[in-house]
Design a protein around this ligand. Structure first.
Ligand code: ADP
Ligand code: MG
Length: 252
């Protein structure tokens, strides 16, 4: 029965990294990161500029090759899988830099994202697109060219592209960067509405957003985890306080 219990516990963890490390020409962007994300949780990943957050999620998604270490998804070692295979397993992500196709319509952008999941009929694709645009309040802009949208709406479109894939894990890299206050409030509501069904890893600078959405927080500093826990625990952590005082990692 012990083995059985082990299996059940493993099934609760959606994402795990062991010893994940990335070195860029001698720069240690991530060092031995051991990380766990439980199914259904909203986790914020925070840390000063240059702490290694984007590098970490790049390795999760398979867009950056790890120097060493492993990534497990649903209990399977996916370290060797290319990005498109990780998408097929249920990982979706938005980038820190906006990456919509500027010359395509809103509808066509979301359709491209849905088509990344192979084997859907064109009718199924379009109905998924409609449902997603409805849900994220972009339906009346469906035929607009993405490049003509405001910056805030382009970021919302990116989120729609991720959601349209019905991901098990949705990773968002600084999604509120450059958004207006009202758009940030909408974003918070959206993330809360997803919680429980979709597991979320949110890289976020805005501490108000972090404190209002995250159930767990992991803090990176100089490419290493210096704290993890509930928002209350992390807020009181002295290592976290000192990491956030003064300069960014990039400047130190
Ligand atoms: P964060 O997202 O927390 O701001 P990054 O993961 O972007 O941090 O960067 C972590 C460190 O790795 C920084 O020192 C950064 O300059 C360096 N770095 C990131 N990407 C590259 C790259 N492609 N080539 C060289 N150095 C990089
Ligand atoms: Mg970053």
């Amino acid at each position: 029965r012990t083995a059985q219990t082990g299996v059940q516990m493993a099934a609760m963890t959606l994402l795990e990294t062991r010893g994940l490390t990335k070195t860029f020409d001698g720069i240690k962007a991530n060092t031995n990161v051991d990380f766990k994300l439980e199914t259904g949780q909203i986790m914020a990943l925070i840390g000063p500029n240059g702490a290694g957050k984007s590098t970490f999620v790049g390795m999760l998604c398979g867009r950056i090759e790890a120097t060493s270490g492993q990534v497990f998804f649903n209990g399977t070692d996916i370290s060797a899988l290319p990005a498109h295979k990780r998408i097929a397993l249920g990982m979706a992500y938005t980038f820190q830099i906006t990456s919509v196709f500027a010359n395509l319509s809103v509808r066509e952008n979301v359709a491209l994202a849905v088509r990344r999941l192979k084997g859907k009929s064109e009718r199924a694709v379009q109905s998924k697109v409609d449902a997603t645009l409805e849900r994220i309040n972009l339906a009346d802009r469906a035929e607009q060219i993405a490049g003509d949208l405001s910056y805030g709406h382009q970021r919302v479109l990116e989120i729609a592209m991720g959601l349209a894939q019905d991901p098990k894990l949705f990773i968002l890299d600084e999604p509120t960067q450059g958004l207006a206050e009202a758009e940030i409030s909408e974003f918070i509501a959206l993330i809360k509405s997803l919680g429980g069904n979709t597991t979320i890893l949110l890289i976020e600078h805005n501490m108000d957003v972090v404190m209002r959405t995250a159930e767990q927080i992991t803090v990176l500093d100089f490419g290493e985890i210096i704290a993890s826990g509930t928002p209350e625990e992390v807020r009181e952590n002295s290592a976290v306080k000192s990491a956030y005082l003064g300069t960014t990692n990039a400047e130190r």
